[in-house]
Design a protein around this ligand. Structure first.
Ligand code: SAM
Length: 242
């Protein structure tokens, strides 16, 4: 049984009441009973062990007993800017980016983006569909820090927001100036990634990105859909080697 549960309230040793989706999951999916041990995380890096004391129709009362010292985050900030696809493809991308450790996802608006926007622009709103996807993904993969989803930004704003001391990679197919082969997998600096819309980046956008210090990268001879390119590029810089 998946024993990890999210607490939107800050965690500390002592009694805690779980309500809402997490209580529902415990009570009606896992049939939790008093005495069961669970793990709680607060979405800000904290992980605690806890024991269920009592259950009611819609609430679970537990005793938080011990803080656990674990860090499953990447060594530096990883920001993924992407012209988000729609519907299920958007949800899939958010789930996988969370699993891979992306710190912040920024929906980027380019000149060829579709009009699709993230319905709920801030990830901190309870009940938001994408926020729920982030939480479920963290429960499954053991991450204690929620991936943040920023409000949409124009390409121009996103390109300029990357710090001067950072790695900046823009996925762009079939560009003679693109890096090929392996990107150094070490995230030794803040790392910013960018993936374009179905129609690709315009020549002006690519020129502007290069002028802002972004390096284009070719992910191979096949044209990947937006979400595939986003996860391929993220994997390239996050997965351990050796
Ligand atoms: N015809 C468009 C073009 O030439 O750019 C294809 C766009 S592709 C469906 C969507 C985005 O995924 C691209 O803007 C790029 O960021 C990324 N992408 C897809 N395949 C790629 C590849 N082989 N190499 C690098 N980036 C790729």
């Amino acid at each position: 049984m998946n024993r990890r549960f999210f607490s939107p309230a800050p965690l500390q040793i002592g009694p805690l009441q779980l309500t809402g989706t997490e209580a529902h999951h415990l009570l009606h999916v896992l049939r939790a009973t008093p005495g069961d041990e669970i793990i709680l995380f607060d979405g800000a890096g904290g992980e605690f062990s806890a024991c269920i004391e009592s259950t009611a129709r819609k609430t679970v009362t537990c005793q938080v007993v011990q803080q656990r010292t674990v860090n499953r985050e990447l060594p530096a900030e990883l920001v993924l800017g992407v012209a988000l696809p729609k519907g299920e493809r958007q949800r899939w991308l958010v789930e996988k980016a969370t699993e891979l450790g992306v710190t912040r996802l920024v929906p980027v608006e380019t000149s060829r983006s579709t009009q699709q926007r993230v319905k709920q622009q801030r990830s901190s709103t309870p009940g938001d569909r994408l926020q729920r996807t982030v939480i479920e993904s963290c429960k499954q993969c053991g991450r204690n820090q929620l991936m943040d989803i920023s409000p949409p930004a124009s390409l121009d704003v996103f390109l300029r927001a990357a710090p001067a001391e950072s790695h900046r990679w823009m996925a762009h197919p079939q560009d003679a100036t693109s890096a090929r082969g392996c990107v150094t997998p070490t995230i030794d600096l803040p790392t910013w990634l960018l993936v374009g819309p179905e129609g690709g980046f315009t020549e002006n956008e690519t020129t502007q990105a290069k002028a802002e210090g972004w390096q284009t990268i070719d992910l191979g001879p096949r044209i990947l859909r937006v979400e595939t390119a986003a996860i391929a590029l993220t994997s390239l810089v996050t997965l351990p080697t050796g």
